[in-house]
Design a protein around this ligand. Structure first.
Ligand code: SMG
Ligand code: MG
Length: 373
């Protein structure tokens, strides 16, 4: 497409319930949206991207003000200089700049959406989706006490979610898992996510989780510490899944080769875009490593892309691709709903298949500015 402008829109989206992880509590999402405008063969096209960076650099070094800054001052000018851009070369064009995968991913997503809308193709078609709906899991934040945790899990199981992920941190881990397992039985598909809160010194303690038949333990140790993850893998039976550590298809290949993980969580923002996310999937599939789609508390825009990605054949485990009402009173787009049997349907229609509802966009926008060539 020939880019004529990029609008950076910030929206304030209050979460229905605060979401506590080992690195902090999120109450509202301050989301950066990217609206790319331009022409394809003379016709005007528009595409939407969503940046998953949080308000603070806690999950990763990126944060939303930084993402807006780096797009404004470095990434957008480079794309404008190029004039004609294709989604499949946005990543390469921006490679001269170090880091900022979430900011890069948002731009690439907007260009990809515009191109696919112009071509009348959906994200799902682009990814080579093999299904029109995906099994949904739900990520349950750390609660103040066990009673509240059991109540939340019971509510999500009533809704129909097929898999529960518990956030854990030192001191709020084995006992919490034990309580959930005892209350809901051995058939509950259960996994945990530590968001890098432990060290290898905790290996014996983490191995106590082996008693509970977990599907996986996600990111127990620091993001950069593949070596200790591979040592931890020899000291516990529960499969290790990596999230924060996986920043590209190359890093996923390294982690697999080192024995640091046997399952991979794929998040487009963390790896620099949906095109690299697809490469992570393809690489894992070659190695017989199961993958699943992570979540970053996305609005309907990011969710549309995530569920489409999750329809690729290697996504054999339920993702953190929950329905809109898990997060929002009202989503930015037409809502994603959970089928009674625990699946979320892919959007149909060109590109993402959804766009911001004008009244919701007007209601939630806190700032908007245009960048032009
Ligand atoms: O989108 O349902 C969601 C959240 C899933 O737990 C989730 N994400 O480490 O996997 C993870 C976390 C990161 C985001 S916490 C703000
Ligand atoms: Mg995680």
């Amino acid at each position: 497409m020939r880019l004529s402008g990029i609008e950076l829109i910030r929206v304030a989206m209050p979460l229905r319930t605060p979401f506590r992880t080992s690195f902090g509590t999120e109450r509202d999402r301050d989301v950066l949206l990217v609206r790319a405008e331009g022409t394809v063969d003379g016709s005007t096209v528009v595409g939407w991207g969503e940046c998953v960076a949080g308000a603070e650099p806690r999950y990763s070094p990126e944060y939303v003000d930084g993402a807006e800054h780096v797009i404004t001052h470095f990434f957008a000018p480079r794309l404008f200089d190029r004039g004609d851009v294709e989604a499949e070369n946005v990543g390469a064009l921006l490679e001269v700049f170090e880091g900022h995968p979430m900011a890069k991913a948002a731009l690439e997503m907007a260009v990809l959406d515009a191109e696919l809308r112009a071509a009348g193709r959906s994200f799902a078609e682009y990814f080579g989706a093999v299904t029109d709906r995906v099994p949904a899991g739900v990520s349950v934040g750390i609660t103040d006490d066990v009673a509240e945790l059991l109540e939340q899990v019971a509510g999500y199981l009533d809704d129909g979610y097929l898999r529960i992920k518990l956030k854990i941190e030192p001191g709020l881990d084995v006992d919490r898992v034990a309580a959930v397992r005892e209350r809901f039985g051995d058939d509950l598909v259960l996994q945990v996510d530590a968001n890098a809160a432990y060290t290898l010194d905790d290996a014996d303690h983490l191995a106590e989780l082996d008693a509970f038949g977990l599907l996986l333990v996600e990111q127990p140790l620091a993001a950069g510490d593949l070596r200790h993850h591979s040592l931890l893998a020899t000291r516990m039976r529960t499969p290790i899944c990596l999230d924060e550590s996986i920043t590209s298809a190359k890093s996923a290949a390294d982690a697999i080769a080192l024995g640091a993980c046997s399952i991979v969580n794929i998040k487009a923002g963390r790896v620099g875009g949906y095109i690299e996310a697809k490469r992570v999937h393809d690489m894992c599939q070659v190695h017989g490593v199961p993958v699943w789609c992570g979540g970053m508390l996305e609005t309907g825009l990011g969710r549309a892309a995530n569920v489409s990605l999750a329809a690729m054949p290697g996504f054999t485990l339920p993702g953190d691709t929950s329905a809109s009402d898990r997060y929002w009173e009202r989503d930015l787009t037409t809502p994603f709903v959970l089928d009674p049997d625990g699946y979320v349907a892919l959007p149909s229609g060109p590109g993402l298949g959804v766009e911001p509802l004008p009244d919701m966009l007007a209601e939630t926008t806190t700032s908007a500015r245009w960048l032009h060539p």
